[in-house]
Design a protein around this ligand. Structure first.
Ligand code: SF4
Ligand code: SF4
Length: 320
């Protein structure tokens, strides 16, 4: 029979062993205080074509609706950082997380491994694993679990580790609340923001998408416009694209907390040599079959062949 502190410590150690960089715990409760701000954000049209954000608002605000008897969110952060040259592949720029295995499957598998290990080795529980796969305020739960703070660039920043992370949650009926306030293994309170007076991300954002309070306007964000957005990229952004073909890392790359980012130990997140070695010109002249073969199983599939061609066409327009 383990104490709650021992259970929490064991889960954290196992999470790190499985390749996660940080693990914390937060008690499940409805995020009522986020509702007005989120509603205003949606009403202002900033969700763009991401209608799913609005549709699942109640679920998003209450993880208790996702798992019966939910008591605890186990928040897990996994670094995807591997050093890569700035302009890759060739003369184009893809977000650094785009060049390897898609994180959904990789992290879900590790989350399930952790959940099963807890169940069989530590304590009986039920729970579900999520990684960007359900309406959950992932960064807010990570913040509440004491992993870090949400920076002015909208990313979760983990002290001494940076912000190149994917987040995963296990929502479970395991009740660890009795040890939350006092345990040194658990984070008793959220970390305050350490952005201070820094505005590097806001100043460096090529399209002025960051509001300064940790929120962004997706309709101005290169990441959203190159991946989620359907249709043409608006003319107003010509000259601001800085060679990005899929995603954008600018507001993370300039962050002082990413000076020495922790490198991932998850080998599936190492960039594929086949992509690093190819030129942007080759990619934009590929037929659909070759494109699918090159990017099979990577996040780039989300934009699709036509989406990537559209993005290259926009860059060509910029260059003319
Ligand atoms: S991802 Fe790029 S475009 Fe989007 S907010 Fe960050 S710097 Fe701006
Ligand atoms: S660049 Fe500065 S303001 Fe932006 S997230 Fe990093 S520390 Fe915060």
């Amino acid at each position: 029979m383990f104490s709650n502190n021992e259970i929490a410590g064991a889960i954290r150690r196992k999470a790190l062993e499985l390749g996660f960089s940080a693990c914390g715990f937060a008690s499940v409760e409805e995020l009522t205080e986020l509702r007005p701000g989120f509603q205003e954000w949606v009403d202002s049209g900033r969700a763009g074509e991401m209608g799913y954000l609005e549709r699942n608002m109640d679920l998003r605000l209450d993880p208790g609706k996702l798992v019966d008897g939910a008591k605890t969110v186990i928040s897990l952060a996994a670094s995807y950082y591997y050093p890569i040259p700035q302009h890759i592949p060739g003369n184009s720029r893809f977000s650094r997380y785009a060049l390897s295995e898609d994180y959904h499957k990789v992290l879900k598998a590790r989350g399930h491994e952790l959940l099963n290990w807890i169940k069989h080795e530590i304590v009986p529980l039920t729970g579900r694993v999520f990684t960007d796969s359900a309406p959950i305020f992932e960064r807010e739960w990570a913040r509440r679990a004491g992993l870090g703070w949400i920076g002015k660039n909208g990313c979760l920043i983990i002290p001494k580790q940076g912000s190149y992370f994917f987040l995963t949650e296990i929502i479970t009926d395991l009740d660890l609340s009795s040890c939350l306030p006092s345990s040194r293994l658990l984070s008793s309170s959220s970390l305050p923001s350490s952005c201070g007076t820094c505005t590097r991300c806001i100043d460096a954002c090529p399209t002025r998408a960051l509001a300064g309070d940790g929120s962004l306007d997706p309709c101005k964000c290169i990441s959203y416009l190159t991946i989620e957005h359907k249709g043409a990229i608006p003319d107003e952004f010509e000259g601001q694209w800085n060679d990005w073909v899929f995603g954008c890392d600018v507001c993370q790359d300039v962050c002082p907390y990413n000076r020495k980012p922790v490198q991932s130990t998850i080998t599936e997140f190492a960039p594929r040599e086949s992509i690093l070695d190819i030129s942007g010109d080759t990619i934009k002249n590929m037929d659909e079959a070759a494109f699918k073969q090159l990017f099979d199983g990577t996040p780039v599939e989300r934009a699709g062949w036509l989406g990537i061609l559209r993005n290259f066409a926009f860059l060509n327009r910029e260059a003319e």
